[in-house]
Design a protein around this ligand. Structure first.
Ligand code: FUL
Length: 487
């Protein structure tokens, strides 16, 4: 509650300071997503595959001196990963082509620290190839993680290393078909093997990596790819590795203060109402305790209930859920992980299959000319209702079937028009009058609310603050299946 009051006060103060009155047409210029950001947000859930040398050495961060002879996933089956991911509803997989220890899952022409010098398929294997082919076969997008930090490379810390890095990036983006996301991790510099020097190497996060050139390589070779880092520019880290977006989350942000590897995690967690650039928030978390597979982590595999909870705290807060499923030493997702993913999917499908107000007639306190409020229940996210003016509050009313309880509420803004709503509440009409059952701040692409099961004869959504005339594409009411209601 304190947080909410603080947000409202900050918002009012900030509005006054900037000479902006929320709800009036003097709001700042509209900030909009690019077409590829919009499409990415609609994926909702994507997957991470941390699989590399660490899988064989039982580490999370290899030092860089691990022998390639240790790497041999005898039953490796990227199709098993792709199938499980697809069945779980993930729309893309991102593979750690190179993690901080520098070992490459593809036979790079620029290093001997790769699968080419491992027993895997007698040095003839190429896991990036197997991975991208499996993704294509199962209709998944394919993304790659290429760690900027390399604890194996002798030149790390010098300009020569960044040249090597650009060459590796070029290899990955030229030889494996369509790559839809490139993931730049923020961990950088420290102790390592560094070609035998075994020392600590620090880099200047502001100047060491030629990010401008690196980004140009990505967009030149893969025009449709999105770039992730804690400084974006297309997708930004959510500020924690627990998979949780801020209760208030704006897809807008001020990029000027963001530095790869050094951005303010609290700022990333909420985004910025006054932000001047659109960046999709991405919530990364592992299904297990570690990012890589460890036998000792079997007890830590997240339950379907925990995964569902994270879905509400990521997708349900206007961000994208990035779930890591680390393959074991055989090169397979473990049975327990696959089983929990399956149940997770079933719970979501059961919960959201039946919108209790689908097709309902909706009335609004104000509507723009020709804008039918019933578009919010037409089950078409591409159509939307828009209020007639920026005057607030604006209310929408929907008749309910009073015999049907609900405990999940969905709200969606048509973010192709930007993100505007900053405060809302929801009421239902019961025998004793209107009762407030939920309230929130930002909505964005998707806001999901969980409440105790309830019903009434009418539902009213009051939009209390919006930077311009508010618009909504969908409203849904759902009832979680018995047994699934606690998460
Ligand atoms: C972190 C890395 O240091 C971890 O090893 C992991 O890859 C995670 C997704 O990002 O910053």
């Amino acid at each position: 509650m304190m947080k909410k009051i603080l947000f409202a006060t900050t918002l009012m103060l900030a509005c006054t300071l900037q000479g902006i009155v929320v709800g009036q047409t003097t709001a700042p210029a509209r900030v909009l997503p690019s077409a590829k950001q919009l499409a990415y947000q609609e994926l909702e859930m994507v997957g991470f595959v941390h699989f590399n040398m660490n899988t064989f050495t039982d580490k999370e961060w290899g030092y860089g001196d691990e022998s390639p002879t240790l790497f041999n996933p005898v039953k490796l089956d990227c199709e098993q990963w792709a199938k499980a991911a697809r069945e779980a509803g993930l729309k893309e997989l991102i593979l750690t082509a190179k993690h901080h220890d520098g070992f490459c899952l593809w036979p790079s022409a620029y290093t001997e620290h790769s699968v080419k010098f491992s027993p895997y398929k007698n040095g003839k294997g190429d896991i990036v190839k197997e991975f991208t082919e499996a993704c294509a076969k199962y209709g998944l997008k394919a993304g790659l993680y290429l760690s900027p930090w390399d604890r194996n490379h002798a030149d790390y810390g010098k300009a020569a290393y960044t040249e090597y890095y650009k060459k590796q990036l070029t290899e990955l983006l030229s030889n494996y078909g369509k790559i839809t996301e490139v993931w730049f991790d923020g961990a950088n510099g420290g102790d390592g093997y560094y070609g035998g020097a075994r020392e600590v190497r620090k880099i200047d996060k502001l100047s060491y990596y030629p990010w401008k050139e690196i980004r140009e390589i990505v967009y030149r070779l893969q025009a449709e790819a999105l770039i992730f880092s804690d400084a974006g520019p297309d997708i930004h880290w959510i500020g924690n590795e627990r998979g949780i977006a801020g209760e208030t989350f704006w897809s807008t942000i001020d990029p000027s203060g963001l530095v790869v590897g050094d951005s303010d995690s609290d700022y990333l967690n909420t985004g910025d109402y006054f932000g001047t650039k659109w960046m999709v928030g991405q919530c990364d978390v592992s299904i297990r305790k570690g990012w890589f597979f460890h036998n000792t982590d079997d007890e830590t595999v997240k339950t379907p209930a925990q995964l569902v909870d994270l879905y509400y705290k990521s997708v349900g807060r206007n961000a994208v859920f990035l779930l890591n499923i680390p393959p074991n030493r055989d090169g397979l997702f473990a049975d327990k992980d696959v089983a929990n993913l399956k149940k997770f999917r079933q719970i979501l499908d059961n919960t959201f299959k039946n919108n209790l107000i689908a097709g309902a007639k909706v009335t609004a306190s104000s509507s723009a000319a020709g804008s039918d409020p019933s578009r919010v229940t037409d089950h078409r996210p591409d159509t939307y209702w828009k209020a007639g003016s920026a005057d607030q509050p604006v209310s929408l009313e929907i008749p309910l079937d009073a015999t049907k309880k609900f405990d999940r509420i969905l709200l969606q803004e048509p973010v192709s028009e930007g993100q505007h709503i900053a405060s809302f509440d929801i009421q239902i009409l019961r025998a004793k009058g209107w009762q407030t059952i939920a309230a929130g701040t930002s909505i964005g692409y998707k806001r999901l609310l969980r409440i105790t099961p309830i019903t009434g004869s009418r539902l009213r959504l009051n939009i209390r603050q919006s930077r311009e005339a508010p618009a909504l594409s969908e409203i849904g009411l759902f009832k979680a299946a018995e047994g699934d209601i606690n998460f």
